[in-house]
Design a protein around this ligand. Structure first.
Ligand code: CAA
Length: 284
């Protein structure tokens, strides 16, 4: 693959991880944030992550500097005007995503491939506000992005087959394994993962076993790297709640319905690791 120019909108946990992975694969990366403060925080997090990689002896300090040298931060969307691929990884808010896609459509050349990292919003909602729906796909990464090998590549009924193929090739070029899925709530992974997590929370709510024992059941009984409750805290209980509501709204199947315990924890601000308390307590 030629040295692609990639634009990543959003430098939070996902966007920062995607920027890091693309730069490590040798791509030219521009990463956008809403203001200078958020941009600095995002870029600092990427640098800290890479320092850990160096400390573990998996990269030299020179290589780290080269990787960082391939990432340029900006707060100006116009800096995406020469990008071959743009990956949107901003907040899960449809209106904000649509506004971004509308602006990108004006700024970027017609051949630029537009990708969204949304975990739950149908890609067609973003594609349909652009004049290039055939060039809009989903590229769904997993957290932690530098570690998780999978990317879901999503094509809508308006997407050109060639654009899906480009998403597949792009995923391989950055060292990931793509799977192709249709534009349906939850795609493949969350359609299966969210009911599993929600069931584990339901089991906890029913007093079936302690949180630790439910998780040990799945780590030692099924070799999962994390139990479903620890994973819920890792993903964020607010995110699990949000996706379960989307799946329930779409399919009206009670297996996706959020248990009361999950709803109450989110309302209480117990969001998992990021807030210091979720199903488990964390030292922040
Ligand atoms: N960033 C970068 N690297 C990380 C990292 C992070 N946040 N967390 C761990 N790593 C790296 C470590 O540095 C280590 O690398 P090396 O092997 O090169 O030394 C490797 O990952 C293993 O890490 P640890 O030994 O510290 O910890 P671990 O073995 O317990 O693994 C884990 C941690 C990778 C998070 C593992 O527990 C795991 O795979 N958990 C499941 C994660 C998962 O399912 N994610 C998907 C969530 S769903 C989603 O994201 C989609 C959605 O839409 C909700």
């Amino acid at each position: 693959m030629e040295r692609k120019k990639v634009g990543i909108a959003g430098c939070g946990l996902m966007g920062g991880g995607i920027a890091q992975v693309c730069a490590r694969a040798g791509l030219d990366v521009v990463v956008l944030e809403a203001d200078e403060g958020l941009l600095k925080r995002g870029l600092d997090n990427i640098a800290k992550d890479l320092e850990k990689v160096v400390a573990r002896g998996k990269m030299t300090a020179e290589e780290k500097d080269e990787v960082l040298g391939r990432i340029r931060g900006t707060v100006n969307l116009r800096d995406f005007s020469d990008r071959d691929v743009v990956i949107e990884a901003i907040i899960e808010n449809l209106e904000k995503k649509q506004n971004l896609f509308r602006e990108l459509d004006i700024i970027c050349p017609p051949q630029t491939l537009f990708c969204s990292n949304t975990s739950s919003i149908p890609i067609i909602e973003m594609a349909s506000v652009t004049k290039r729906p055939g060039r809009c796909i989903g590229l769904h990464f997993f957290n932690p992005v530098p570690v998780m090998k999978l990317i879901e590549v999503i094509g809508t009924i308006l997407t050109d087959d060639s654009a899906v193929q480009e998403g597949v090739e792009f995923s391989k070029a950055i060292g990931k394994t793509p799977i192709v899925t249709k534009d349906r709530a939850g795609f493949v992974v969350n359609l299966l993962l969210i009911p599993f997590i929600v069931d584990a929370i339901r089991a906890l709510e029913l007093g079936l076993a302690s949180a630790e024992d439910i998780d040990t059941g799945m780590t030692l009984g099924c070799s999962h790297p994390m139990g479903p409750l620890a994973l819920a805290d890792f993903i964020g209980l607010d995110t699990v709640y949000y996706i379960s509501n989307i799946l329930y709204d779409e399919f009206k199947d009670p297996k996706y319905a959020a248990p009361l315990l999950l709803k109450q924890m989110v309302k209480a601000g117990y969001l998992g690791r990021k807030s210091g308390r979720g199903i488990y307590l964390y030292n922040t």
